[in-house]
Design a protein around this ligand. Structure first.
Ligand SMILES: Cc1cc2nc3c(=O)[nH]c(=O)nc-3n(C[C@H](O)[C@H](O)[C@H](O)COP(=O)(O)O)c2cc1C
Length: 213
C-alpha cells in the first residue's frame, strides 16, 4: 500500500489534473448528498476518476491534502477497483492512488467487483457501480505519534475522506455509499492488502439509477 513498496513494474498512470471549479455550490452538494446503491451501466471518464480520488485524498500543497490528518501523519491510502468498461481508457483491475504525483499504480488485473461483493455481504451496489473506491488505513503512521488515540484519529480521518467523496460525487451528478459492512480478512486477501493495513470503507461510485431528490 505504501507507494514506496513496488507493487508492479508497470509505469504509473498519470491522471488528468483535478478541477477546482464546479457548477454546484458546497451547500447544494450537502443538500443533495444521499447514499446511492443503484447505478446505470455507464463508464466514468479518467477526468471524473481523478476528481473523485482528489476529493478523497488529493494533494493541495506541500504536506497538505483535501482532508485533515492528525499531525499530518496521513494514514489513509485509496485503492480504485475498476470494473470492465468502468472507466474509459482504463482496464479493469485494482489501482493504488498516489496523491503526490496524482497517479495510479496498477495493482491487480481483472474485474474484482463480484468477488468484492461476495466478501461484503453480497452488497449489490459494489457490482452495480463502475468503480469502487476503497479507503485503507495504515495505523502505524499515526501510532508512532498518537499512541492510544490512534484508532480514534484514523477512523475520524476516514470519515472526513468519505464525506468529501459524498459531496464531490453529488456535485458531479454521481452517487456513492459508505459501505462499512464487509469481511475484513476477505477484503484484505482479495485486494492483497498487507497485514498491518485495514480496509475501512468501500465506496461504490457511479451515475445514479434514480436521480437524487
Ligand atoms: C459507518 C457507516 C457504515 C455504513 N455501512 C453501510 C453498508 O455497509 N452498506 C450500505 O448500503 N450503507 C452503509 N452505510 C450508509 C448508511 O446506510 C446511510 O448513510 C444511511 O442509511 C442514511 O442515508 P443517507 O446516507 O442517504 O442519508 C453506512 C454508513 C456509515 C456512516
Amino acid at each position: 500500500m505504501d507507494p514506496n513498496i513496488v507493487i508492479s513494474n508497470f509505469p504509473e498512470i498519470r491522471l488528468p489534473e483535478p478541477s477546482v471549479k464546479g457548477s454546484v455550490t458546497v451547500e447544494e452538494a450537502i443538500l443533495m448528498r444521499r447514499s446511492t446503491r443503484g447505478f446505470v451501466d455507464q463508464p466514468l471518464t479518467l477526468d471524473i476518476l481523478s476528481q473523485l480520488l482528489w476529493s478523497l485524498q488529493g494533494s493541495t500543497g506541500k504536506r497538505s491534502r483535501t482532508t485533515p490528518s492528525a499531525g499530518g501523519t496521513y494514514p489513509l491510502e485509496i485503492i480504485a477497483i475498476v470494473g470492465t468498461f468502468g472507466v474509459t481508457n482504463l482496464s479493469a483491475g485494482s489501482y493504488l492512488y498516489n496523491p503526490e504525483s496524482n497517479g495510479l499504480k496498477a495493482y491487480k488485473s481483472g474485474d474484482l467487483r463480484d468477488q468484492l461483493a461476495k466478501v461484503s455481504l453480497e452488497q449489490s451496489a459494489i457490482t452495480a457501480a463502475p468503480v469502487n473506491l476503497v479507503i485503507v488505513a495504515d495505523y502505524e503512521r499515526t501510532r508512532s505519534r498518537y499512541r492510544n488515540r490512534t484508532e480514534r484519529y484514523v477512523h475520524m480521518e476516514a470519515g472526513h475522506a468519505a464525506q468529501n467523496l459524498y459531496l464531490q460525487a453529488a456535485a458531479l451528478g454521481l452517487g456513492t455509499t459508505a459501505i462499512g459492512a464487509f469481511d475484513d480478512t476477505g477484503v484484505k486477501d482479495l485486494l492483497s492488502i498487507p497485514g498491518d493495513f485495514q480496509p475501512l470503507y468501500i465506496m461504490p461510485v457511479g451515475v445514479p439509477a434514480k436521480p437524487n431528490a
